[in-house]
Write a protein that binds this ligand. Structure first.
Ligand code: HEC
Ligand code: HEC
Length: 305
């Protein structure tokens, strides 16, 4: 990354998103077709949930397809289905979008909302509307290719205040997320209270951050990353820059602020109401084993060095 590249792209966000959308559609088409090919030729590593992309046309094989089929089928990658663990499936369900079906969680929501002073939430909302809404959209629901959702449960339940406040203060270098150090800590805290007022799952950030570090093979992780994740997050993980809808998960501005547990849980469960669908459990884009997910994390860590 060159020196003069180290700037924050300010709130010039009147860009057309057609290229990003097109890019991703093409990538996903390639991915889905690739996985289908892999399955047909007997490599059942990826069990795809087609539902969210049911409108994707079933494309003919392209170079990308061939590459994916090769990546999946070259014998170095184990099949995901064989070692799928029931435990993690359960965990994922608990943390994932099925939570709405569970009455326990709606009680938590009420309790959670009450524990935050309404005037603080209101102050945070005003500050959010002034400073953040232009990119993160009304109610912080996010917009593909512009800024991520800040209110989905998967993000909020694993994000510590330290992570949220630090990200607001420092922004993310080389991405569209500017630093807001000038707001000061108390205003930033009010914004976090506003975001948390949307939270329906208990805060488990301390537990997630205390998870063991990932151990694995970065070369295998890279293959998974390049074949699956790069479609949205870009080769090398520089995010929207690369034309996709995923954030810059290969840059230090993100990686230096999150634990391996945060990465692991996000990859497993995804983020509801976004294109990040998670890679374990019933709503998964594809099923990856715990080891394969750790391989990906170990690879991501090499990018920020
Ligand atoms: C000019 C557009 C823009 C503005 C204004 C902006 N953001 Fe962001 N924000 C982004 C982008 C783009 C990202 C994702 C960066 C990346 O690719 O990693 C992001 C990421 C984040 C994240 C990390 C979310 C995650 O999924 O890990 C948080 C938290 C956040 N922003 C909070 C805020 C808050 C709070 C404000 C207002 C004080 C704000 N942002 C203002 C563009 C913006
Ligand atoms: C279909 C597109 C897509 C694919 C494929 C995809 N992601 Fe994502 N990912 C996203 C989006 C979109 C977000 C941010 C959610 C939002 O916009 O609110 C995200 C968020 C993330 C985050 C959190 C980043 C942050 O800023 O907090 C991580 C970590 C992540 N993805 C890892 C992965 C990995 C690893 C893979 C491959 C195994 C992958 N993703 C595949 C779209 C995708």
């Amino acid at each position: 990354m060159s020196k003069q590249n180290k700037t924050h792209r300010g709130p010039t966000i009147t860009v057309s998103h057609t290229p990003a959308a097109q890019e991703e559609a093409t990538g996903l088409k390639a991915f889905i077709a690739g996985a289908a090919i892999a399955a047909v030729v007997g490599f059942s590593a990826l069990s795809l949930s087609q539902a969210p992309y049911s409108t994707a046309p079933s494309g003919t094989a392209s170079n990308a397809d061939a590459q994916i089929a090769q990546g999946v089928g070259n014998g170095e990658l184990k099949t995901a289905t064989a070692t799928k663990s029931n435990d993690t499936t359960k965990q994922t369900a608990a943390a994932g979008s099925t939570a709405q079906d569970n009455p326990t969680f709606s009680l938590v929501k009420a309790a959670y909302g009450k524990s935050l002073p309404p005037n603080l939430i209101k102050q945070g909302q005003n500050l959010f509307e002034e400073n953040c809404q232009v990119c993160h959209q009304a109610d912080a629901i996010g917009k593909p290719g512009v800024a991520p959702s800040l209110i989905n449960d998967e993000l909020l339940s694993i994000s510590s205040d330290k992570f949220l406040l630090g990200t607001i203060r420092d922004g993310r270098e080389d991405t569209g997320m500017p630093p807001f150090a000038h707001l000061g800590r108390s205003k930033a805290k009010a914004i976090v209270a506003f975001l948390r007022s949307h939270q329906t799952l208990p805060d488990r950030s301390a537990k997630v951050d205390a998870e063991p570090d990932a151990h694995g093979d970065p070369r295998l992780g890279r293959q998974w990353y390049d074949n699956i994740c790069s479609t949205c997050h870009g080769i090398g993980g520089n995010g929207y820059e690369a034309g996709g809808t995923g954030t810059a998960i290969g840059l230090p501005g993100f990686l230096n602020k999150v634990s391996d547990g945060f990465l692991r849980e996000t990859i497993k469960s995804g983020r509801s109401n976004t294109r990040m669908l998670g890679f374990q459990g019933p709503t998964a884009m594809a099923n990856l084993t715990n080891q394969e997910i750790d391989d990906i994390i170990v690879y991501l860590r090499t990018l920020a060095k």
